[in-house]
Structures are given as C-alpha cells and as structure tokens.
Ligand binder design. Structure first.
Ligand SMILES: NC(=O)c1ccc[n+]([C@@H]2O[C@H](COP(=O)([O-])OP(=O)(O)OC[C@H]3O[C@@H](n4cnc5c(N)ncnc54)[C@H](O)[C@@H]3O)[C@@H](O)[C@H]2O)c1
Length: 287
C-alpha cells in the first residue's frame, strides 16, 4: 500500500515539474503560450499594440495595457476582461521616466513579476528627407521612438534579473530600421537605433536569461498608417492596394499578424532566440 502511495506521489510530482518546466510546451495546448506570464505593452491602446494586448491575453498572460490614450486603453482592457482575461490600464508616457518607473513598480507589486515587455509605442514623425528636417523634428522623432525603448528596458531589467526566471523583451522596429524608403528621415534613424539597441541588450542580458528581439513590420492597417496615408490620391484603400502590390504576398498586414509574431517571441517557443530581427513584412525586404 505504502509503495503504491509513494509511486503515485512521485508520478504527481514529476507531472507537476513537467508542467512547471520553462521550455515544456505541455501547457501550451491547455493554457496558452504565455500562460500566467505578466506582460507590459506600450502603445497598447491602438493598432499593433492593441492586437498584441488581446493576443497576449488570449494566450494566458496578465496584461498591463499602457498608453497616453486613456479612453482607448481602457476600452482594450474592457475587451480583455469581458472575455475572461486579466488586464489593467496604466496611463504612461514612454518619454516620462518617473511614469515609466512607477508603472513598472506597480505592475510588479500587483502581479509579482514582469516577464514580457513589448516596446511598441511609436510615432512616424516628420515625413521629410534629411535636408528638410528641422532640429526640433529630429529630436522629436528620434527622441520619442528610442527613449521609450530605453526607459522601459532600463526599468524592467532590474526586476527581470531579480526574479531569476529571465524575461522576454520585444522591440517593435520597422522594415525602415533596415532599409531606406526615401522619406521619414528621423523615423529611419530611430528604428535603426532600436534594431542596434536590441542586439546590444540581447548580448548584455543573455546571462540573466533575458531575451531581447526586434520585430520589423512593413505596412500594417493601423491608425498610424491611416494618418500617414491621409492625403494619398485615391484614398486609403488605394494606398493599401498600391503598397500591397510592393509585397511578394501582394497585400499589407493586419495588426494581428504582427501581434502573433510578437507573442511567439514572448513565449517559450522562442526560448533560444535572442538578438534576432524578425521581418514580419510579407517578403518586402526579401526583394
Ligand atoms: N503601422 C505600420 O505600418 C507600422 C509599420 C512598421 C512599424 N510600425 C511600428 O509599430 C508600432 C505601433 O504602430 P501602430 O501602427 O500600431 O500605431 P498606432 O498609432 O495605431 O498606435 C501607437 C500607439 O502609441 C501610443 N503612443 C504614442 N506616443 C506615445 C507616448 N509618448 N507614450 C505612450 N504611448 C504613446 C499612441 O497613443 C497609440 O495608441 C510603432 O512603433 C510603429 O513605428 C508600424
């Protein structure tokens, strides 16, 4: 009898440790790819950030939806909680160090850790070639887009180190961080900087099990693109059609297609991927 109880006990223990294993995909089918992870997404109120918050929640994470747009951010949280997920909105400007620091502290105090950081918030800035850009436009475009990545990484990493189970940081760059487009000069500089920051942070923090990767979308149907293409002759759908033709897949992306790539990098499915740049661009940069 005692022997039977011991065997049963051992079986339960080994089953539980299999579940708890960081690289096991046993739990994926049942609980989602980022089950019980704590995620913070910047720019989570709209476009790619919104889709990422929803997808992270669908895959089991608790999500801190952060943005400067309170109304839209709260509506993302409502969508998540209505479907049974866990999320909270934080009003956070990525360029404000004290807001970033206190938000990250609040998230850790509430949920016990920070496992996933998605540095997504960004702005296109001045759509001009370099010789037409003012110093103010340069400082704004480069500053906002890179400072957020810097500050959120700076204040998340100490917790990721301390919690001793690593973490995953995903920086949303762009194909414009890798190739030229002939416009948006400060944006190119910022997205190229984010690509290099990603690799440097991957090298620096790998020893702590913190993975850092960048995602490079091309054209995605989001409010940012709508704004950018506002005055396009023929309207926004003609813009998408024409830009879509430049992609080997013949179309632009939906936000969810970028979100799924982000969640992959956030999850243990990407446990040996760090310092990588993932083009999510329908083949745009393959040409
Ligand atoms: N849409 C595209 O085609 C495309 C292509 C490549 C890369 N990207 C990148 O993807 C990311 C998301 O873009 P999107 O298209 O979803 O844009 P979006 O405009 O739909 O969303 C951006 C969000 O960032 C927030 N934001 C702006 N400034 C902020 C600040 N200072 N602090 C906090 N939040 C701030 C906005 O309020 C908004 O909710 C950006 O980094 C963008 O450069 C987008």
């Amino acid at each position: 009898m005692l022997k039977k109880v011991l065997i049963l006990g051992l079986a339960i223990l080994s089953f539980r440790s299999l579940y708890a294993s960081d690289i096991s995909d046993v739990d994926h089918n049942h609980f989602g790819r980022v089950y019980k992870k704590v995620a913070l997404v910047t720019g989570g109120a709209s476009g790619i950030g919104e889709a990422t918050c929803l997808e992270l929640s669908k895959e089991g994470a608790k999500v801190a939806v952060t943005d400067i747009n309170k109304e839209r951010g709260e509506s993302v949280v409502k969508q998540i909680t209505a479907s049974g997920g866990v999320a909270t909105f934080f009003s956070m400007d990525i360029t404000d160090e004290s807001a970033v620091e206190s938000t990250i502290k609040e998230v850790v105090a509430a949920w016990g850790s920070i496992d996933i950081l998605v540095n997504n918030a960004g702005v296109p800035g001045a759509n001009k070639p370099t010789d037409k850009v003012t110093v103010e436009e340069w400082d704004y475009g480069l500053g906002l887009n890179t400072k957020g990545v810097f500050l959120c990484t700076k204040h998340s990493v100490p917790f990721m180190k301390e919690q001793r189970k690593g973490g995953s940081i995903i920086n949303v760059s762009s194909v414009f961080g890798v190739i030229g487009s002939g416009g948006v000069s400060p944006y190119h500089a910022a997205k190229g900087a984010i690509r290099a920051m990603t690799k440097n942070d991957a090298v620096t923090y790998g020893v702590h099990g913190i993975r850092v990767n960048s995602v490079h979308p091309s054209s995605v149907r989001t409010p940012m693109t709508h704004e950018y293409a506002d005055n396009y002759p023929g309207g926004i759908e003609k813009f998408y059609e024409d830009i879509g033709k430049m992609h080997p897949l013949g179309r632009v992306a939906e936000p969810l297609e970028i979100a799924k790539a982000i969640v992959f990098l956030a999850s243990n499915d990407a446990s040996f991927i760090t310092g990588a740049e993932l083009m999510v661009d329908g083949g745009f940069t393959a040409k």
